[in-house]
Design a protein around this ligand. Structure first.
Ligand code: PCA
Length: 329
């Protein structure tokens, strides 16, 4: 009698244990506006794989790239509402919330990877605090290569900016284009080819990397490597989603995030070198700005910086000061 009943009972117990384990495993949804050709997306997908591996599948993150699930501007609100668990955005698109978010799109502040990383470290406490007010936790941030200017003829004279329709990725870059005398248009990275092919823009400000991944040579001839600034993407999650994980899974997630940050910055450097070479191989003339253009860029940058100073609060200015002190040592 005992053996006859033991089998179904054991089976039932095994089934309910399996069900409990399945119920515990978390499946997260993540959105990024950038396509699979971007090293940022490749890094983030690697991060998701690392998390799945490190947690033995207890946490899996599905990355929806290229704005396919949620549009860029809706990513942070969606994570805040809990519609999705995680997101990646261009940090400076959050500048309406606080000017600290666009500190990495100011010319003359951080013009190298080492500077850009130090700026991230100095501003991270304030950024983390602002995210926390919204129930969000930043996981990591990675810089794009320095921003430069793509044009359809060699940029030799600042007068060429007059009326030039320039694509910009955020409000601050639009201000900068205005300061140069141009006419800015904010365009998502994924919409740049359409903006050129429909004649909405004549030029763009972005990195070697984006110029390469969107085949800039189809629309322009020149890249002025002006080393304007190194803006960042930030990856963040919902605090509520995080709190639902057990401690071991939380630790594995944070550890994978730290590795993604380190890997991402190296990928950015490597991608910059590879992209500059690819631009040239495809016929783009890559050059540094001449003295006249440099002077105009400097003047436009000074106005942009003064404008930022007038909007930033003391905490943001102190963070910038901390960065400057750190770099002068
Ligand atoms: N590429 C993105 C952000 C900055 C960059 O280099 C873009 O142009 O939208």
């Amino acid at each position: 009698m005992r053996t006859r009943f033991a089998t179904p009972l054991l089976l039932a117990t095994a089934c309910s244990l399996a069900a409990a384990a399945t119920a515990q495993a978390a499946e997260w949804t993540m959105a990024t506006p950038y396509g699979d050709a971007s090293f940022h997306t490749q890094n983030t997908k690697q991060f998701a794989e690392d998390v799945a591996e490190a947690t033995d599948g207890e946490l899996t993150i599905t990355v929806h790239s290229g704005g396919s699930l949620v549009s860029h501007g809706e990513i942070k609100p969606s994570v805040r509402r809990g519609t999705i668990d995680a997101g990646e955005v261009f940090l400076s698109i959050l500048s309406n919330d606080d000017p600290i978010f666009e500190v990495d799109t100011l010319p003359g502040v951080a013009g190298s990877y080492d500077d850009a990383y130090a700026l991230w470290e100095a501003t991270k406490p304030m950024i983390t605090e602002l995210f926390a007010y919204e129930g969000l936790i930043p996981l990591y941030a990675v810089a794009w290569p320095a921003q430069g200017i793509y044009t359809a003829s060699p940029l030799t004279d600042p007068a060429q900016f007059e009326g030039l329709r320039v694509r910009a990725p955020n409000i601050n870059t639009q201000r900068y284009v205005n300061n140069l005398g141009g006419s800015p248009t904010e365009t998502e990275e994924s919409d740049i080819p359409t903006a050129f092919s429909t004649g909405r823009v004549d030029a763009m400000i972005t990195s070697s990397s984006t110029g390469n991944s969107m085949a800039a040579w189809d629309y322009v001839t020149d890249y002025t490597d002006a080393n304007l600034w190194l803006p960042k993407n930030i990856v963040f999650i919902s605090q509520r989603s995080f709190d639902r994980l057990d401690e071991t899974t939380q630790e594995a997630l944070m550890e994978a995030a730290a590795r993604a940050e380190e890997r991402g910055w190296q990928m950015s450097r490597d991608n910059n070198d590879a992209s500059l070479a690819a631009l040239q191989e495809n016929g783009i003339n890559v050059s540094e700005p001449n003295a006249e253009v440099s002077a105009a860029l400097q003047a436009a940058g000074d106005v942009l910086f003064a404008d930022w100073q007038s909007r930033a609060d003391d905490e943001a200015k102190t963070a910038l000061e901390t960065y400057r002190e750190q770099r002068s040592n």
